[in-house]
Design a binder for this molecule. Structure first.
Ligand code: ADP
Length: 509
């Protein structure tokens, strides 16, 4: 009997609150619309001029711009959902999505939490407790130390015992933050202390743990899903080795790096840990893979940013599957055969300046055009005229493509990026294009150190030539005035300010 099978039957709901923002809020609203469910967007004061705000059935402002006062505020979120007449909450990803206290508070307020049960989040969402569970199941883990004893001298001794390089991580961490790689004995003290300080300020707990740092590893993860039958299945893998500061930038499904045998064993490990924790809904089990050996890294008890690549190769809708599961409806038929088809790639498009190594480029978006076409999907929270604010992550869209083979998917993504137009802010599109053409990426041999090894220096983009300048000016003039950047006006110099013309297919023509 699964742990959650004893829960009371779920109440059908007709109105869903969305406790998130940006593209994932749009993604959830669209799924609810298609399922005939009402939506209530719980947003901050800074997110009024956004796509999600325009698309939601109802909107309720739950607090000021700072996330701590709005998107991370459990009480305000629950009160907002109740005031909006919602009977369920979808937390999206980030913010409160992996917070077991929030899931429990929703249950107490009789709001159906669209995600795993609080108990499963507690067991798996916490990196240290997930590792303990994995250990009990005999799953492979990176050697390390995750004890409660945190004196510096003990941590130093443990680091030495593991053998450098060692990675120190915040126990309560996430999003690639609070991690430091220690390469030598003489820097260990300073790096552990600074990781503890960072852990305290970012996650409210100074607890850290240590792991052997794998130098040539790939990041491979499995999409898992537990439906009301109690069965947990996996929907195959994604590779997310292209990372900057431990954060993913390009993801793909399936991984080009797995043999059939390794894939089968990793998939079985992913399902085993989820099933024993009584998992329900969508989740991701992350691994590192080095020299054909895999090691369990962590479990993310939520929908993942990169879920669309799985949706495209598996022909599923993970958000609707989450909602159906929360409604108590079965998702997977007993004898259904799940087979991946073709190849999908996702690029995260950030408002940032590639010539400064990625400093955010915030402001009002000018003309924005995504080149629609077969096998192309754009998940975006912003439209022309919207403001990319300094308060949140600067991702403005995800470009996702599907094609029959990996080389064709790469070619499609390059075409898509070249024909995308984003004015008003600079974007990382030129960087993404360089990555997609790098021999390591093309061969599929990239490791998590790929960006450090090949793209540590800011990009150098050639200045525009005369013809290109004329083109930009003419495009800028065609842009409705309301969409021009705030200091746009009629000054042609200003019209070019912040424009990202390097992205467009006309360059080089
Ligand atoms: P977060 O929850 O912050 O995303 P993870 O533990 O999932 O942290 O790790 C994020 C990334 O950091 C991994 O994909 C990998 O690139 C790197 N990383 C983490 N642990 C190790 C390790 N032991 N060896 C090598 N790289 C690691």
């Amino acid at each position: 009997m699964k742990a959650w099978a004893a829960e009371p039957p779920r109440v059908p709901f007709r109105q869903v609150a969305i406790a998130n923002r940006g593209e994932v809020a749009v993604r959830i609203i669209q799924a609810c619309d298609e399922m005939g469910l009402g939506t209530v967007l719980l947003h901050s004061e800074a997110d009024i001029h956004t796509r999600a705000h325009r698309l939601a059935g109802k909107t309720i402002c739950i607090g000021p711009a700072a996330s701590s006062a709005s998107y991370l505020n459990i009480e305000a979120t629950i009160q907002g959902a109740l005031a909006g007449g919602a009977e369920a909450i979808h937390p999206g990803f980030g913010f409160l999505s992996e917070n077991a206290d929030f899931a429990a508070a929703c249950e107490r307020a009789r709001l159906n939490f669209i995600g795993p049960p609080a108990a499963a989040i507690r067991k798996l969402g916490d990196k240290v407790s997930a590792k303990k569970l994995a250990q009990q199941l005999g799953l492979p883990l990176v050697p390390g130390y995750e004890g409660a004893q945190q004196d510096l001298s003990l941590l130093l001794a443990k680091a030495k015992e593991i053998g450098f390089p060692v990675i120190v991580k915040a126990a309560a961490g996430g999003g690639g933050r609070g991690m430091k790689v220690i390469r030598r004995d003489d820097e260990a003290r300073e790096l552990i202390e600074s990781a503890q300080r960072e852990a305290q300020s970012a996650f409210g707990s100074p607890q850290v743990f240590l792991e052997k740092y794998l130098e040539r590893a790939k990041h491979i993860e499995f999409q898992i899903f537990g439906d009301v039958s109690g069965k947990v299945i996996h929907l195959f893998d994604r590779e997310c080795s292209v990372q900057r500061r431990h954060q993913k930038i390009i993801e793909e499904a399936l991984s080009p790096s797995l043999s059939a045998d390794v894939r089968r064993r990793m998939g079985a490990a992913a399902c085993a840990i989820a099933e024993v924790a009584g998992y329900r809904s969508a989740g991701t089990v992350e691994f590192l893979l080095q020299d054909e050996q895999f090691y369990l890294l962590e479990v993310n008890t939520r929908l993942q940013v990169e879920h669309p690549v799985t949706e495209l190769v598996m022909g599923v809708d993970l958000v609707k599957a989450q909602i159906k599961t929360a409604l108590g409806e079965p998702v997977f038929a007993e004898r259904e055969i799940w087979a991946p088809r073709g190849h999908a790639l996702e690029c995260r498009i950030y408002a940032e300046d590639p010539e400064t190594g990625g400093l955010p480029s915030i402001g009002r978006l000018g003309l924005v055009r995504w080149p629609e076409g077969p096998g192309r999907r754009f998940d975006s929270g912003f439209e022309s005229g919207d403001e990319v604010s300094e308060f949140y992550d600067s991702m403005i869209a995800k470009a996702i493509v599907w094609d029959e083979t990996r080389p064709r998917a790469i070619a499609k993504m390059l075409t898509v990026l070249s024909q995308s137009i984003v004015f008003g802010v600079k974007t990382n599109i030129p960087l993404l294009k360089e990555i997609l053409q790098h021999p390591d990426f093309v061969r599929g041999t990239m490791t998590t150190r790929f960006m450090d090894q090949h793209f540590s220096a800011p990009l150098r983009l050639d200045p525009l030539d005369e013809a290109e300048l004329r083109f930009v000016k003419s495009l800028a003039q065609k842009t409705p005035r309301a969409y021009r950047s705030s200091e746009g006006g009629t000054n042609p110099g200003n019209l070019l300010h912040g424009v990202s013309p390097f992205n467009s297919h006309w360059r080089g023509v």
